[in-house]
Ligand binder design. Structure first.
Ligand SMILES: [Zn+2]
Length: 687
């Protein structure tokens, strides 16, 4: 429903340049503004009305000047309350000012790390528009739900805390029945927040300003009506050269990342700062952040001019004296792009030491490394799904000193159920998720054969010998429910949840949590249907396949290095001399390909290179079992405990796992007593 009554706006007070002439905008009428637009939505009248009132010249003030004068941060919305100061994050000045009406840029891209203050730059722009350059503004978040949260958590405080904004903005209200838009009205303009998943929201109104926040989290298509960015940008056509499109995101995956694509099409500006020793101007690169091995607290930056070490306390002055320089030529002179890593984060936010620590903590986990690249460096993660050569793997096979080599600290298995057999691979896992193939078992018979299940049951009690003589059983077996799920549930239920995890593979990537669950599903046991009788874990197999291939490509230390005590890198996969060529070919039997549909949207998918690939499937399930045990979040204490229980004496620990981030350890969910034990040890996480 649209309001028809007049709103008591203080329009004259807001018109800074009232009465000035020579403004072409004054000549525009509704017809010109709305040409080709669908105005049949609720609230269209409101927008036309605010236009008529708001059309006026833009003030000669930049967004950063506005922020330094009017933007107030309250303690509830900011860690540093008080007057906003651009000098705190000087690199944002040029970005904000490119959003000012007197700047020629129309399309501004900001690819960035977390903790560089990008959110405030966006907030300042919104505040500036409301106060000094009103017009219709569309702010797009990845989803409608996030738009609602942003409205409450970010936009409301922005307006509340700055007097100049508070007196101009009407209270928020829902604009349409589906509640997919949220709006704020102000004299001369309107701010509409919506989600990239809502085509209705994106088509809702013509917009002079379009703010596309976290674009890398947008869905490929809004309600199957096409690319949300294209839909949103189409709203600006009417405004021609006066339009501004601001696209911000932390990047995600190379090839899929929108923000990277946009940045690469821009003039690619980087923030050059002077060396305090030699004055050489340079942009900060992670490769030049150096620290003594295992001592992130010694992190300092090596100047590319004089090679001298720059201590972090110089940063404040370096940022002050910095400047943006383009490093490429854009086809579109009105499209400019900025890139910034967390290395620029001001003193008191993210320190170089913390960046080094986070980086070290991420080693060995594909997911954490990806997150570190995205949020610390502001760079995309390269998903290399090219299958390693099986011959190369064959050449690297090793003779293990025992069934389970010294550094293998617990065992998991992945079981793949086929029509005529069940294939099981047993993997040992150590620090940094280094792994060893310990056993390959084929149980003939298939799910219809009770003897086959009996043999699988017996496997749960089977033992393998550790290099130090200890006897180990499986800590967890993950079994695929994709084929004959009823039989698998029935068997799994009988074994109990401590040692067995039924899993279901899901296409696609889920990096936030490659394994989710368990969920409760119906199971039939001895002909009796049990509602919610089985616990099922869901595995994003694509994520673990990518990780496995990355681990398989890890370079080994040279013999020289090994003699000097260089250990295998985290994630290294060790294959025994008995692994045959068929098994090796299965392990590398798929590849990741990027598929573009006819509209150019990309997605990635794993494709089989050969018919059989059980070795890869069972590896993925065994890996999922390690995740379910909590291995991705084991802290130093846990690894030491596992080593102690296995009787392993370790030398100096090089990589210290960070514990502070394990907010919800997966292992914490496994609280039921184990019926069958891992005989060499009963780690605390399984008790
Ligand atoms: Zn220098």
């Amino acid at each position: 429903m649209s309001e028809s009554s007049s709103t008591p706006w203080q329009t004259s007070a807001s018109r800074l340049n009232e009465g000035s002439d020579g403004n072409a905008d004054q000549g525009l009428n509704d017809g010109e503004l709305t040409e080709g637009l669908d105005l049949g939505f609720d609230g269209a009248e409101d927008i036309l009305r605010v236009w008529r009132r708001g059309i006026r010249p833009d003030p000669d003030l930049t967004v950063s000047q506005w922020a330094d004068a009017h933007r107030k941060l309250s303690s509830r919305a900011s860690a540093e309350p008080g007057q906003y100061r651009t000098t705190r994050t000087p690199y944002l000045r040029a970005i904000m000012d490119a959003l000012s009406p007197n700047h020629p840029a129309q399309r501004i891209t900001f690819m960035k790390a977390a903790q560089v203050g990008a959110t405030e730059a966006g907030n300042n722009w919104i505040g500036f528009v409301i106060h000094h350059a009103p017009g219709p503004m569309l702010a797009v978040l990845p989803t409608v739900e996030m738009a609602k949260r942003t409205s409450r958590g970010r936009i409301d405080p922005l307006i509340e805390d700055s007097a100049a904004l508070k007196e101009r903005v009407q209270p928020a209200r829902s604009r349409d029945a589906g509640n997919s838009m949220l709006s704020k009205e102000f004299p001369g303009g309107i701010l509409v927040l919506t989600g990239a998943n809502s085509a209705t929201g994106l088509r809702s109104m013509p917009a002079r300003y379009v703010f596309l926040d976290e674009v890398d989290a947008y869905p490929a298509s809004a309600d199957e009506e096409g690319d949300p960015v294209t839909l949103a940008e189409a709203r600006t056509t009417t405004f021609a050269h006066r339009r501004k499109v601001f696209m911000v995101s932390t990047p995600t995956i190379r090839g899929l990342s929108r923000i990277e694509r946009e940045f690469e099409a821009s003039d690619q500006r980087r923030y050059f700062v002077p060396c305090p020793h030699c004055d050489a101007m340079q942009w900060l690169q992670f490769e030049r952040l150096r620290w003594a091995k295992g001592q992130p607290e010694t992190a300092a930056y090596d100047c590319e001019g004089c090679e001298k070490s720059i201590a972090e306390h110089h940063k404040t002055q370096m940022l002050e004296r910095g400047e943006w320089r383009s490093t490429a030529v854009s086809d579109n002179p009105h499209a400019i792009g900025f890139h910034l890593s967390a290395l620029y984060s001001p003193i008191g936010w993210k320190s170089w030491e913390q960046i080094a620590r986070d980086w070290l903590a991420a080693q060995g986990s594909d997911e954490m490394l990806r997150a570190a690249r995205n949020t610390l460096l502001g760079e995309t993660w390269v998903e290399s799904g090219e299958a390693p050569e099986w011959q190369r793997l064959a050449d690297r096979r090793e003779v293990f000193a025992a069934q389970v080599p010294m550094a293998g600290l617990f065992l998991t298995a992945g079981a793949d159920v086929q029509k005529d057999r069940i294939e099981v691979d047993v993997w040992a896992w150590g620090r940094g998720l280094e792994s060893w193939l310990v056993d390959h078992i084929v149980i003939p018979g298939g799910p219809d054969d009770p003897a086959c299940w009996d043999k699988l049951t017996a496997l749960l009690a089977q033992t393998w010998t550790h290099q130090n003589g200890a006897i180990m059983t499986l800590a967890k077996l993950a079994i695929d429910t994709g084929y004959e799920s009823a039989a698998v549930y029935a068997w799994a239920r009988k074994q109990g949840i401590a040692q067995v995890a039924p899993v279901k593979g899901l296409e696609g990537f889920n990096r936030a949590t490659p394994v989710s669950g368990p969920t409760f599903v119906d199971a039939t046991v001895n002909g009796r249907k049990l509602k919610r009788g089985a616990r099922l874990w869901t595995v994003a197999t694509a994520t673990f396949k990518a990780e496995t291939y990355r681990y398989l490509r890890i370079e080994r230390p040279s013999n020289e290095g090994r003699a000097l005590g260089v250990a295998d890198p985290a994630g290294t996969i060790h294959l025994p001399d008995w692994a045959d060529s068929e098994w090796l070919k299965q392990l590398v039997g798929e590849q990741l390909v990027t598929i573009r549909n006819k509209r150019g949207f990309a997605r990635q998918e794993w494709q089989k290179l050969r018919e059989r690939n059980e070795a890869l499937d069972t590896r993925v399930y065994a890996r999922a079992a390690a995740w379910i045990l909590g291995a991705d979040r084991f802290d130093e204490r846990m690894w030491r405990q596992l080593e102690k229980q296995a009787g392993v004496q370790t030398a100096a620990i090089t990589q210290t796992a960070e514990t502070e981030k394990s907010t919800e350890p997966q292992a914490g969910r496994i609280t039921t007593p184990r019926r069958r034990g891992w005989k060499i040890s009963t780690p605390r996480y399984m008790e």
